[in-house]
Ligand binder design. Structure first.
Ligand code: BGC
Ligand code: NOJ
Length: 819
């Protein structure tokens, strides 16, 4: 069953009923000011950091779902009937309802009793404010007297403190209401130099800033007493829960339409110019007023909206494909690319499943996210790399996360996830391949954000590689540390205390437990490092990493190969995991993917063997599960992985992030049908028909789909913020369609499903616009290329001689024949 449809021409998903199985979310904002918005206008806003600069409140884990949002209420003043045009929170049945989620904007439209309303929510590029453009239309034959109320609930900035420190918080809330604008200024009197403002384009009939006055004590957002009575209280908040609500009276003649604009914004002031007058406690509102003057004018707001759409056309235009499969086209051309940009902005911090309080930017996460967005905004990928690298530890290790506001390593989660540094090598390689910007290697970057430690990024990469070599275990495999890519495989944790963090507890010295995944990742990173070092003519480094990779490969074929697949790890007792010797956790997906991606076994048939084992033991119609058999109980020596009930998350869930590794591996051994089949199984668009089972948004990937051991096999969770986005994008575009950036140019090497006769694509790359046409003329994967009518040797298109960046892109036609 579906709850909407894709409108590909508009690049929108259209939700056609409000009661989706879960709130179906979208994101507003592109740079500093962001928001989540659901299909019923739930969600919240923040500036840069969802924890430390939260503008509005949201209640996770609530019933009804999705409480707190950008709410509006419409009231027919002659009958007293009132409703939410976004359905929530009144949930009054609407005659019509539609929510269109696009890139960086959402439009929610509905109709009741002949009154149509349509609200477009978006954040203009380069601004720290959001605009709600409400259009009301009276489709009746008689005049309508309406009241429109807005309602948001302010968060007292630090979202964590806001939900815990009530003895203080109930006394600190402060607002100002001046010229019909509501200013939220809690803590502005002391150390904060920022405030929020909430304004409306119309003359107000009233306002409220005291939540209980607006709602009525013991009432919910579904039945505010002020809306019921059609009369605001003009209340001024002193402590408790400050809110912002405007009341606008609208008289609409039959057939008439009116547009009303609301703006919610964030403003910082210079420390010494906070107050106006200077010796007062009144906010200096100059900058906020300027923004309001501009965007409360519909013409300026409309212009900002069109600029936003053009921006997305430009970003998505970097790669557009036309294949025989509509789900592929829609994901590659629109939604998967969009999701990659969202993961770039949010990392794993703020979604319907990530509270925005707990987690900052992940070191390994951000490096992998980069793989999916680097072609759209290489300059911001560059900045991101330098930010991440500056949190690297001197020994080559990494803070597992950093805080987006401060860009500093997060001590609460610490370090010791031994795979982390290797992802930096992959991230930097991807950036250089895309941009050709070798100068990034010379950038001086600090370690641990400490001044005086600046050294070239190149050296950071060397230390990343060395970090693994300095930490080899009894089998000469890399020591796993706190965990490798699988955060839940905690082999040094041994926690028996409820509530203790699996991520930070370490009860073992970490000198025994080893990871085959890190071994494979190390080989992969060494290959990238060799490519980088070769270009830099650093032959010592080339030799070093090539030898180290060869050595590691040997080790894997010894201690890491189980006969039919790659093993997973060795635990603190030196016992193998991911082997036929185990009764549970016999085979894991990760090493099959990563080791084959590193080329292991591709020549000698073992890769195919490992992939066949994946097909046999791990594949389900809903995707490939993480391991089998699932762990049936909690094992002290395995940690969080065994804390999950079988079939969920890392305990044999379909952990979607890893599925594209298998797709890539299948493509590497030349099996396009299998690669594409796996791609289809988890493609959210291809799963739209089973939305009542899948539950999450059909337009973005979820981190997890419940595995075959779960009662809810096929049900997705943790949508949006997942490495699944970047890796699926890489798998389909670079390996199945085979359009792959390389150090020396763009490579075209598709491994297609057998029933495709080809595809077309346009790809912008280093200032060139490639128009690519691929035709299948045989059943194999041999590719021959013609560049502007000239056939060339090999599959890499030579780079144009002159640097082309910044100029009109040159168009180059590529004809590829697959035989
Ligand atoms: C989740 C992992 C996640 C980790 C990060 C765990 O509870 O299962 O997927 O990486 O938390 O903190
Ligand atoms: C989600 C985390 O964000 C990521 O870093 C980790 O690799 C996976 N979970 C697997 O545990």
């Amino acid at each position: 069953m579906k709850f909407g449809y894709f409108d590909d021409a508009q690049r929108e998903y259209v939700v056609t009923r409000p009661d989706t199985p879960l709130p179906w979310i979208n994101y507003l904002g592109s740079e500093e000011y962001f928001g989540l918005i659901s299909n019923t206008a739930g969600g919240y806003s923040f500036y840069k950091d969802a924890r430390l600069r939260r503008l509005t409140r949201y209640r996770y884990n609530n019933s009804p779902l999705d409480m707190g949002g950008r709410y509006l209420y419409l009231r027919e003043d002659n009958t007293g009937t009132y409703w939410s045009p976004s359905w929530m929170p009144t949930r009054l049945q609407l005659d019509e309802y539609e929510c269109r989620h696009g890139q960086g904007y959402t439009v929610i439209s509905s109709k009741l009793n002949g009154i149509k309303s349509s609200t477009r929510y978006f954040v203009p590029l380069g601004e720290s404010l959001e605009i709600w453009q409400v259009t009301l239309t009276n489709e009746n034959e008689s005049d309508a007297d309406l009241s429109l109320f807005s309602a948001i609930e302010f968060c007292l900035w630090d979202a964590n403190d806001d939900t815990t420190n009530f003895q203080r918080n109930y006394s600190i809330g402060q607002v100002e209401v001046v010229d019909d604008v509501i200013y939220h200024k809690t803590e502005y009197r002391e150390r904060r130099d920022h405030f929020a403002y909430f304004a409306c384009s119309e003359k107000l009939a009233g306002f409220d800033t005291v939540r209980e006055d607006f709602l009525g004590t013991y009432r919910g957002w579904n039945e505010p007493v002020v809306v019921e009575n059609g009369q605001s209280c003009n209340s001024e908040a002193h402590g408790w829960q400050p809110i912002g609500s405007h009341h606008v009276k609208v008289h609409l003649k039959a057939g008439d339409q009116k547009q009303i604009t609301f703006i919610l914004g964030y403003q910082e002031n210079p420390k010494d110019d906070k107050f106006d007058p200077l010796d007062s406690q009144i906010i200096n509102k100059k900058s906020a007023k300027k923004a309001l003057e501009k965007y409360l004018q519909p013409i300026n707001a409309d212009k900002a909206f069109y600029e936003l759409c053009e921006y997305w056309t430009m970003l998505l235009g970097k790669l557009q494909v036309s294949t025989p499969d509509e789900h592929t086209d829609r994901m590659v051309n629109i939604w998967n690319a969009y999701q990659c940009m969202v993961t770039f902005n949010m990392s794993r911090s703020a979604s319907y499943f990530e509270s925005g309080i707990g987690r900052g930017m992940g070191f390994r996460d951000s490096n992998q996210d980069l793989l999916g967005f680097v072609h759209m905004i290489p300059e911001r990928a560059r900045e991101r790399i330098l930010d991440i690298a500056a949190t690297q530890l001197k020994d080559g290790g990494a803070f597992h996360q950093y805080q987006p506001l401060t860009k500093r390593g997060n001590n609460d989660v610490g370090s010791g996830f031994n795979d982390d540094p290797l992802w930096l090598v992959l991230g930097v390689a991807a950036y250089i391949k895309e941009s050709g910007d070798w100068s990034i290697l010379d950038e001086l970057v600090q370690y641990e954000n400490e001044s005086g430690t600046e050294s070239p990024l190149y050296e950071h990469l060397q230390r990343s590689i060395q970090y693994t070599l300095d930490r080899l275990g009894p089998n000469d495999l890399p020591l796993i540390g706190r965990a490798d890519w699988n955060d839940c495989l905690n082999l040094n944790c041994f926690s028996d205390t409820p509530g203790q963090s699996f991520q930070t507890t370490t009860n073992k010295d970490g000198k025994v437990a080893e990871s085959v995944l890190i071994a494979g990742l190390f080989v992969l990173a060494c290959q990238e490092m060799a490519g980088i070092a070769r270009h830099c003519e650093d032959h010592t480094e080339v030799n070093k990493v090539q030898n180290a990779a060869a050595e590691m490969e040997k080790t894997v074929w010894g201690a890491g190969w189980d006969g039919d697949w790659f093993r997973r790890a060795y635990d603190d007792f030196g016992h193998v995991l991911g082997s036929k010797e185990n009764t549970e956790g016999q085979i894991f997906i990760e090493p099959q993917g990563i080791c084959v991606m590193a080329g292991l076994g591709v020549e000698n048939g073992k890769a195919v063997k490992a992939l066949d084992s994946v097909g046999e033991h791990l594949a389900t119609p809903h995707g490939i599960v993480l391991q089998q058999p699932a762990f049936s109980q909690y094992y002290l020596h395995l940690g969080e992985i065994s804390s999950y009930p079988p079939g969920y998350k890392e305990n044999a869930g379909i952990f979607c992030h890893t599925n594209p590794w298998i797709m890539i591996a299948e493509a590497m051994v030349g099996r396009g049908d299998k690669a594409f089949d796996y791609y289809r199984r988890i493609n959210p668009s291809a799963r739209e028909e089973i939305s009542e089972l899948h539950k999450c948004e059909p337009y973005v990937y979820a981190q997890m789909i419940a595995g075959k051991d779960a009662a809810t096999h096929g049900e997705a969770k943790n949508s949006w913020l997942t490495g699944t986005a970047a890796w699926n994008y890489v798998a389909i575009t670079q390996h199945i369609l085979g359009i792959r950036p390389g150090f020396d140019g763009l490579e075209i090497k598709p491994v297609l499903p057998s029933d495709w006769n080809g595809f077309e694509a346009t790809r912008s790359f280093r200032g060139v616009r490639y128009e690519i046409s691929v035709k299948r003329e045989g059943s194999g994967n041999d590719v021959s290329l013609e560049v502007d009518g000239q056939s060339i040797e090999g599959t890499v298109i030579p780079l144009p001689n002159a640097p082309l960046t910044g100029q009109e892109p040159k168009t180059v036609k590529i004809k590829a024949v697959v035989r």
